[in-house]
Design a protein around this ligand. Structure first.
Ligand code: NAP
Length: 320
């Protein structure tokens, strides 16, 4: 069993475990075993999305675990996400109902708009849908009780500010790429101002991304191959040695210490235990600050979402 995972409280009083299991690239039959192993290792928070095509396996595993009395629904925090073709207000309710069917659940704990840019199923851009419209669709799902909390993913700071101006239900969570080499300081400020909890993805530098093959048969993330990985960072390694922990444990613990939720992905049972056993040692504020003062001269974004380049709501337009 894991050392005790701190619980963060969202602005609507929903409790969210600060460590969850990421499931991008967890596919096929292994999904069921992975979820069982994770629950047995102490995970109570699972992050999925329609994009990951594993909601079915997660649902099957959870149904078995509930039936066996291993865990109760109310003890879990399940997040899923509406992808670009699902975020428009005229399709998002059906999208969530389909996810719930696959997950075999009556509600999720958090539903996120995966990307702020709406498309049609074929991928063509829907320029009629603005982030304010996406938010109104999410608010409706919240009022229907299909999700306990709502939030955004890959939205930039000004898109968050635009929502804040019109929201009836506040943004509970913002999920985005955040790691040592992409510390997202401006985003952290905006979220602090509006009482939004951040979930970081790619905290370990997403080494598995290099195995994703695009439609052209080439690695999708080839252009990021020269970006060094944080697991090899010399400051991280020094702290790992000092505390007799692994570099992954240092990266994850330091991020939680900053008040940020982490969702490391692994299908390996040993790493699964490693990634949640983070709370039997102390890391000082000065050490967390030292990690942040790393030697990269510019932020290193790994995820660029080329499918929404040129969309009026492309969150990375200013950086492309
Ligand atoms: P990550 O968690 O930074 O890295 C996962 C990779 O690191 C996997 O290849 C895993 O391999 C390896 N790994 C895991 N634990 C390790 C350890 N202790 N030591 C060494 N290597 C380890 O990256 P991610 O999967 O991209 O991001 C995490 C989660 O965030 C995703 O799974 C997904 O749920 C979510 N996410 C969300 C978005 C979004 O747009 N909202 C985008 C990307 C990801 P093994 O499986 O072989 O252990």
């Amino acid at each position: 069993m894991s050392s005790k995972v701190p619980i963060f409280t969202l602005s609507n009083a929903v409790r969210m475990p600060s460590v969850g299991l990421g499931t991008w690239q967890m596919t096929g039959d292994e999904g069921k075993t992975v979820i069982r192993n994770a629950i047995l290792a102490g995970y109570r928070h699972i992050d999925t999305a329609t994009l990951y095509q594993n909601e079915d396996q997660i649902g099957e595993a959870l149904a078995e675990l509930f039936a066996e009395g291993v865990v109760k629904r109310e003890d879990l925090f399940i997040t899923t996400k509406a992808f670009c073709h699902e975020v428009a207000p005229d399709v998002i309710e059906e999208a969530l109902r389909n996810s719930l069917k696959r997950l075999r659940l009556d509600y999720v704990d958090l539903y996120l708009a995966h990307i702020p840019a709406a498309t049609r199923e074929c991928g063509s851009h829907r320029t009629d849908v603005k982030v304010e419209d996406i938010w109104k669709g999410l608010e409706k799902l919240y009022s229907l009780g299909l999700t306990k909390s709502i939030g955004v993913s890959n939205f930039n700071e000004s898109q968050i500010e635009r929502i804040v101006k019109i929201q009836k239900v506040p943004i509970h969570v913002s999920q985005l790429e955040l790691h040592l080499y992409l510390p997202q300081k401006a985003h952290r400020e905006v979220c602090k101002k509006h009482n939004i909890i951040i979930t970081a993805y790619a905290t370990l530098g997403s080494p598995g991304r290099m195995s994703v093959i695009g439609a052209d048969g080439k690695p999708l993330f080839e252009f990021t191959k020269n970006i060094p990985n944080e697991l090899n960072d010399k400051n991280v390694k020094a702290l790992a040695q000092k505390y007799n922990k692994t570099p992954a444990q240092i990266l994850l613990r330091a991020t939680v210490e900053m008040g940020i939720v982490v969702i490391p992905k692994t299908t390996n049972p040993e790493r699964m235990k490693e990634n949640i056993n983070l709370f039997d040692f102390s890391i000082s504020k000065a050490e967390v600050n030292l990690l942040e003062a790393h030697e990269r001269s510019k932020p290193e974004r790994l995820f660029w979402w080329p499918n929404v380049a040129d969309h009026p709501e492309d969150p990375f337009a200013a950086e492309r």
